[in-house]
Design a protein around this ligand. Structure first.
Ligand code: TRP
Length: 469
């Protein structure tokens, strides 16, 4: 019997059913590889290449990398499975997918709140994500113009300051990123998303390998390797675990609606376990390789690995300015960063667009333009955080930092907890088993998602707010 049409016809509200005509007519990825590229494209982003190296640097290297790997394996990957599973079984945009599965499980339709939070989180994330993505695109041109060649640290710091300090220029770059993202999303799953990731992901991987190859020639590769892989636990700070968990969520694109929506386009015949492992592995590999490309260059130039968010916008350009062929290495690096950011940005816009087309029957064009307009307005707050609103702070954080903190620090872990409880305890064993299939993989997943994930998130959380001391 066809489960999906049964679900959709009986439980999803009639407006949604009419306009979305679920099961039949819903777009699907053409191949398993297309889905893997899209989901890996979502996962691999600024988080891997910008954030992971600098938080590893700030948290002392190897020991932090181990913590992070633990969070990915025990919490991140099981949740990635949970989120994609919800999407595939629910066959709708996140709110309706949750609603359908809540009905299947015979629980309150309020569970759709988890779907809503996903869509809204994606919206909020994209509003500041596109600002940093805009810096990355601007830097392709900075690097290409030769502006870094022979420049001093102060000069390069000054260039970065001038870029983010100029609300007009940053708005312009951010708008460009959003426009490209929207154009891809509006074209739809096959003609937009699949094509874009089909070009950008192989490009990204190729450039990344070229850059590691280059890093091997700097003579400091071993030192970079050691920094990342020999753990010194005394270097961890009190917040390192929380940072590692928050980053595992961010990097795997959990709880932002994107993976759920991508899952809803995934055909039933594709094996979830292998696919999810592949995505988690690729995301982790890219982060580690990005570190291996960046730290040797940092050490070879006598720079500081703990430089913070400026690591790739100030420290690394300084190195590009000193090294042979640095102008080209710089261009390649920022092209790679822009590809990574764009393939993630589309997964942040897709949930809202998918929801509007279902809910209101809007065309993708109309839904894409409307959501982008809203995101653009909100993004101004993040643009202004570095210039005209720089002095306006809430608890010592500017608008950009407040959004980042609210999403990664609170909303995403909490909705991860909700997804774990939902797939582990609310959905029937038969339902999740039907999605995941038989085998030891299913049993380990179910154990992790029922016990380890909720307990892990709660412990890290209570610790962060000081309850556990
Ligand atoms: N994973 C992406 C990165 O590392 C960011 C991202 C895309 C994301 N979609 C998301 C984060 C959904 C959270 C939720 O850059």
């Amino acid at each position: 019997m066809n489960n999906n049409s049964l679900l959709a016809d009986s439980v999803v509200d009639s407006a949604a059913v009419e306009s979305a005509s679920p099961a039949v007519g819903r777009s699907q990825w053409s191949t398993r590889l297309a889905f893997i590229l899209a989901a890996t494209g979502s996962a691999v982003g600024l988080g891997n290449i910008w954030k992971f190296p600098y938080i590893t640097g700030e948290n002392g290297g190897g020991a932090f990398v181990l913590l992070y790997l633990g969070c990915i394996a025990l919490i991140g990957i099981p949740l990635l499975m949970a989120e994609i599973l919800i999407g595939r079984r629910g066959k709708h945009s996140p709110p309706y997918a949750m609603k359908a599965l809540a009905a299947e499980a015979g629980v309150s339709s309020r569970w759709q709140l988890v779907g809503w939070v996903g869509v809204i989180t994606g919206f909020m994330l994209l509003s500041f994500y596109l600002v940093v993505a805009g810096w990355a695109v601007a830097y392709i041109f900075n690097a290409g113009s030769g502006a870094f060649t022979g420049a001093s640290g102060d000069e390069i710091g000054g260039m970065f300051g001038a870029l983010i300090g100029d609300p007009w220029v940053t708005t312009l770059w951010g708008t460009l990123v959003l426009a490209i993202t929207a154009a891809i999303v509006i074209k739809g799953v096959k003609r937009g998303l699949e094509r874009a990731v089909g070009i950008m992901m192989p490009g990204l991987l190729l450039i990344l390998l070229l850059l590691v190859g280059y890093a091997m020639t700097t003579g400091q590769f071993a030192r970079g390797f050691e920094f990342m892989f020999s753990p010194d636990f005394s270097k961890l700070t009190g917040t390192s675990v929380l940072v590692a968990l928050g980053h595992a969520f961010f990097s795997l694109s959990l709880a932002g609606g994107g993976m759920m929506t991508y899952g809803s386009y995934l055909p039933k015949r594709v094996s979830l376990g292998k696919t999810v492992m592949t995505i988690g592995l690729l995301d982790t590999l890219v982060a580690l390789i990005a570190g291996l490309a960046i730290f040797p260059i940092v050490f070879a130039n006598g720079l500081e690995p703990g430089a913070g968010p400026g690591l790739i916008f100030v420290t690394l350009p300084l190195a590009f300015g000193q090294m042979p062929l640095g102008q080209w290495v710089g261009v390649l690096f920022f092209v790679m960063l822009s590809f990574a950011a764009l393939t993630s940005a589309i997964s942040l816009l897709e949930p809202a667009v998918s929801w509007l087309t279902e809910k209101r029957g809007f065309s993708r064009l109309k839904a894409g333009v409307l959501t982008s307009a809203g995101i653009w307005l909100l993004s101004l707050g993040s643009v202004f955080s570095f210039n005209i609103w720089a002095e306006h702070k809430l608890f010592g954080k500017n608008f950009f930092e407040v959004l980042d903190y609210l999403t990664s620090g609170w909303i995403m872990p909490l909705s991860g907890l909700a997804m774990a409880i939902f797939t582990g305890w609310i959905m029937s064993r038969a339902a999740t088993h039907d999605e995941v299939g038989d085998g030891p993989g299913y049993r380990s997943w179910r154990f992790l998602v029922r016990y380890i994930v909720p307990v892990g998130i709660l412990a890290i959380f209570l610790n962060a707010i000081g309850v556990l001391g």
